[in-house]
Design a protein around this ligand. Sequence first.
Ligand code: FAD
Ligand code: NAD
Length: 480
Amino acid sequence: MANKQFDVLVIGGGPGGYVAAIRAAQLGFSTACIESESYADPKGEVRLGGTCLNVGCIPSKALLRSSELYDEASHAFVMHGITAESVTMDVPSMVRRKDNIVTQLTAGIKGLFKKNKITLLAGLGSFAGRENEFWQVAVTGKDGGSEVVEAKHVIVATGSSPRHLDGIPVDNKTICDNVGALSLDAVPKRLGVIGAGVIGLELGSVWKRLGSDVTILEALPDFLAGADPAITKEAWKTFTQKQGLKIHLGAKITSVKQTKKSIKLDYELGDGTFTLECDKLIVSVGRVPNTAGLGCDNVGLKLDERGRIEVNDHCQTNLENVWAVGDVIRGPMLAHKGMEEGVMVAELIAGQAGHVNYDTIPYVIYTHPEIAWVGKTETQLKNEAIEYRTGQIPFMANGRALGQGDTTGFVKMLACAKTDRILGVHVIGVNASELIAEAVVAMEFGAVAEDIARICHAHPTLSEVMHEAALAVDKRPLHF
Ligand code: FAD
Ligand code: NAD
């Protein structure tokens, strides 16, 4: 029997892959998507959505919200005159709610595949060869059964997996990566976290709010090295002093011992040696690209020095009509970055002018307060010897923030000293994840700070702080 043939074959059904498949189908291509059976729905059927929907963005934000509400009921209601006695958290209910959201959204992607007539192939995709204009890809199911399908274009979107450390075996029960850390069945009394990156801070916050004594060991001497220094300073103060997260920077873990009762981590810090004893441990030390089993060697698909698939600015690999998007290639490991690349590649295949502006990709950390930024930090501008002006306004001066009882943080805008063009915007505060969108739009349209300063912002809203920060660039804030 002849192999099935498609115009476009996507390997991996995460945000990069499923969006690429939908856009390719919209553009009229016969499209298939291979998704390994890493995630299964309650019926045991393969689930789409990848890391993001199953064990990443979506479930973590569901738990962050639940824990935030618990924290507010326990500590913040009182300032409004509300008494909430004996507030309790039923962890299994919280986890069930999170699981239901995941089920709903992953099923939704399957619905979108049906609507767009995309063929879903369950199994592990692996390059097998090329015949004439068709790439051949083997799809191997869990049961060992295999078929070969063919396509003119292949988009690799196999994503990433958690990096583990030698000598620290992850069982996702006691020692967890993101998968286990999103499904703990009770609040651990003492929680250890290795890595003060995005996952360490977000998931550390969840369990801290629910009552864990959380200690984070970070190898680097700097905290949130990629963020603007003003943000880092404010975040450090808030997380460690106000919220009581214990974060040790420059910690070198020398041994980890697990007994029936606990986990003991020996680490060096400065001139001293210390031991951290905890009941659960989260290992969140970055992620590695998924290329094992992809058959790269079978067809000569080139990887870079960090094991990622090598691509140019348009996500083209070294092979004709083979593309790669998302976490498996260079750039930040962010769902929205992968999705944009998926759209770009589908449009380029269709002969359109697909494009991703990597300079305006927003970054968000969903702690409380939230942290969000777009563009350059002050450190980058100094290193690049770019002259700039700064406008920084605290939420403390904003009526809406006061009314909401949440005034931590600020908006900081950096604009070119010569042209006034916005070069970077950094927000720490409530709803920073939503506020940053205005700055992204402004930068995408090449706006200057004066443009934001002259836009009417609704009153009273948190967005007025963005307005005031733009005015402050020109040293004329109205309310500060
Ligand atoms: P993935 O989502 O990893 O999907 C790849 C898919 O390919 C998987 O389903 C995998 O099973 C499949 N696959 C792999 N190999 C094969 C193969 N050979 N054949 C067939 N299928 C294969 N990003 C954000 O932007 N915002 C957030 O708030 C956020 N929160 C996060 C929280 C956590 C805890 C984690 C772990 C990540 C978070 N991320 C967040 C990152 C985000 O999840 C990733 O950037 C995003 O999922 C990457 O998308 P992708 O499509 O490239 O890969
Ligand atoms: P990360 O790169 O954000 O942080 C990892 C941290 O671990 C770093 O600070 C690193 O210095 C530290 N580290 C590495 N080895 C160590 C060791 N041996 N001992 C102690 N510390 C060590 O990675 P992550 O937190 O695992 O998250 C993975 C990716 O997922 C991120 O790159 C991020 O893009 C994505 N993510 C995004 C969001 C979001 O957008 N809100 C949320 C979660 C995850």
